[in-house]
Design a protein around this ligand. Structure first.
Ligand code: GTP
Length: 324
């Protein structure tokens, strides 16, 4: 089975971090998002096709000398084709049931179970489903006869939201889907799925967790989940002197922090330095960043290699990175 990872978006909500690195290569708690997705693929996947666009050469370079469980092909779109156009572009490579995954989601979904469900239902496509309190930023679905999708609406206004079940961005598809995708379709969510709400689309719900990491808030929520889930902490080769730690916190090797109040939910990536008297909470200090003394960094992401001057106060920001 082939798996297509959609990785061509601009990642505008994570700028300026994504001016520096495409969103699939943004590291959360030390591991790039796309790597986290690859690690969830079942053994039945024998080829991974990455549909890339923005900064595709960075994604190609990342996979150049890595050994993945299945061969990886990066296909570059020279202009953004949208989520449907990206699949249309790959139609000659997809000749049997295939997986499609957004590259910015962390979840506890079992792909093997979802594939079996799809086969049992004989669906043209199966969409993973997650329940949220506020669905207005997502695509919502209405279900009938158990798991059939009878209506699909992308980013509804609050008063239009007929359900709180959202498209969780992972799909199993049959090649018949290509009868409904052509070069004029742009979006799976806006154009293709709404045409197929006559019993041919099924929804697969799962328990556990699901986070779309495409915004600063959700990046930081995913970081906290991963620090807790994976039991991350202070690496042996990190220098942590005279700090007060309010867990969950993680400090990677080669990082050096002294006299810092860290946490809760703080991640300090390899090579980063933080000066005395600084407080870091609900934030990520990414690789080799240098944060000065007496700063207060809260609900923020400090980009790799950024230099933050002494006494900086940052609330709800992404600091550093080149502007474009
Ligand atoms: P924002 O600009 O912050 O909304 O991020 P984004 O550009 O990544 O858009 P969004 O989060 O809606 O994209 C969801 C998934 O689809 C991500 O995995 C994107 O990489 C992917 N994606 C979005 N547009 C395209 C496209 O034109 N081509 C391909 N191949 N993937 C896309």
């Amino acid at each position: 089975m082939k798996a297509v990872i959609l990785a061509g978006g601009f990642g505008t909500r994570l700028r300026p971090l994504t001016n520096l690195v495409p969103k699939p290569l943004v590291s959360i708690a030390g591991v790039p998002l796309i790597q986290r997705i690859m690690d969830t693929l079942p053994p039945s996947v024998d080829e991974i096709i990455i549909a890339a666009g923005y900064r595709a050469h960075d994604i190609e370079s990342y996979f150049l000398d890595r050994k993945e469980p299945a061969p990886v092909t990066v296909v570059t779109e020279h202009k953004p084709l949208g989520t449907a156009g990206a699949l249309w572009n790959l139609r000659n490579k997809l000749d049997t049931t295939f997986l499609v995954l957004n590259s910015d989601v962390i979840n506890s979904l079992s792909l093997a179970d979802m594939i079996s469900f799809h086969r049992d239902k004989h669906a043209i496509a199966t969409i993973s489903l997650w329940k949220v309190a506020d669905p207005t930023a997502f695509g919502i679905v209405r279900l009938s006869n158990g798991t059939e999708i009878s209506e699909f609406r992308e980013k509804p206004k609050r008063e239009e939201a007929f359900s709180n079940l959202i498209n969780a961005g992972t799909y199993v598809m049959d090649t018949d889907i290509f009868q409904h995708i052509n070069h004029e379709n742009f979006s799976l969510e806006r154009e293709v799925f709404p045409m197929l709400t006559d019993g041919r689309l099924h929804a697969y719900s799962f328990e556990g967790y699901w986070i779309d990491c495409g915004s600063r808030e959700m990046f930081l929520a995913a970081q906290q989940l991963i620090i807790n889930r994976d039991g991350l902490g202070i690496a042996k080769a990190a220098k942590v002197d005279g700090c007060s730690l309010n867990r969950p916190v993680a400090v990677e090797k080669g990082a050096h922090i002294r006299g810092v109040r860290l946490g809760p939910n703080a991640y300090v990536e390899r090579g980063a330095k933080i000066g005395e008297g600084t407080t870091v909470e609900n934030s990520a200090i990414l690789a080799n960043a240098n944060v000065g003394k007496n700063c207060r960094i809260s609900s923020s992401i400090v980009c790799p290699d950024a230099v933050v001057s002494d006494s900086t106060v940052s609330d709800n920001q992404i600091l550093g990175g080149p502007s474009v």
